[in-house]
Design a protein around this ligand. Structure first.
Ligand code: CAA
Length: 258
């Protein structure tokens, strides 16, 4: 499918999806959100893709939901269309790992989109924030929920109530991002992480993603039971035999997703 607000490139088993509305700092309008979800679903269904990177421009990963598009909507409209339910639900249904490579602004829906990915690699120029409070609303795609789980109540309240931005260093310290790299190295580092993931069995990367995500939904004991059962189920795969044999034979494993 031809896209107008994103650019998709598949190379060496990695799908790179770049948000591309530079004039609006990649603000998430309905078209971009629809195209992004379609591209993610296509990458999820594409056998050649084993990991996905989502990125923006140097200046902005995304500056939030499109304020122009939203500004005149009524309660009846946003409630009626269940605004932003679709983007949340379609992205959490993606089974392949998604890395957010964030440079510049990741604000409001942009920060929430980064948090919908499986982990965030940030450039040293990244700025995260939930400034919806300045617009007379609150976050609508997880900014009060996921951010709180990432950084804890105090910092989440600070971000959501004052609307201030966190720089990359603070975001790493707080546990929002997994690593910070110089801006020029952002895509190189994200691609290298994606390629490491792409080398694994896709059965195990999907299982690991599913198990980590369950930790948000389950009690500790239920989560550990879920993990153990999935761990047990891996012993039904050829890739488990291959992975352990390769270790014992001191060679590189050749996974076949079986
Ligand atoms: N929606 C629509 N357009 C946006 C936008 C947004 N969220 N953010 C930036 N733009 C547009 C600006 O309107 C401007 O367009 P024009 O040139 O046509 O005027 C262009 O992008 C460049 O922006 P600025 O001139 O403002 O650039 P700057 O460098 O001076 O400032 C910024 C950058 C601090 C990110 C500033 O643009 C800004 O504060 N943006 C809004 C951030 C925000 O409030 N995000 C939350 C949105 S609500 C939300 O996301 C709800 C939710 O949870 C789902």
């Amino acid at each position: 499918m031809a896209f107008e607000t994103i650019i998709v490139d598949v190379e060496d088993h990695v799908a790179l999806i770049k948000l591309n509305r530079p004039d609006a700092l990649n603000a998430l309008n309905a078209q971009l959100v629809g195209e992004l979800c379609t591209a993610l679903e296509e990458a999820d269904a594409n056998d050649k893709v084993r990991c996905i990177i989502l990125t923006g421009s140097d200046k902005a990963f995304a500056a939030g939901a499109d304020i122009k598009e939203m500004s005149t909507k009524s309660f009846v409209e946003v409630y009626g269309e269940n605004l932003f339910a679709m983007v949340n639900d379609r992205i959490i249904a993606i089974r392949k790992p998604i890395i957010a490579a964030v440079s510049g602004y990741a604000l409001g829906g942009g920060c929430e989109l980064a948090m919908l990915c499986d982990f965030i690699i940030a450039s040293d120029t990244a700025k995260f924030g939930q400034p919806e409070i300045n617009l007379g609303v609150i976050a609508g795609i997880g900014g009060t929920q996921r951010l709180t789980r990432f950084v804890g109540k105090s910092k989440s309240m600070d971000m959501n109530l004052t609307g201030r931005f966190m720089n990359a260093e603070e975001a790493e310290r707080a546990g929002l991002v997994s690593r910070v790299v110089p801006a020029k190295k952002l895509l190189e580092e994200a691609t290298s992480a994606a390629q490491k993931i792409a080398e694994k069995s896709s059965l195990t990367t999907a299982a690991a993603k599913e198990a980590v995500n369950r930790s948000y939904e389950l009690t500790l004991n239920e989560g550990i039971l879920f993990e153990r059962r999935v761990f047990h189920s891996m012993f039904a795969t050829e890739d488990q035999k291959e992975g352990m044999a390769a270790f014992l034979e001191k060679r590189q494993a050749q996974f076949r997703d079986k």
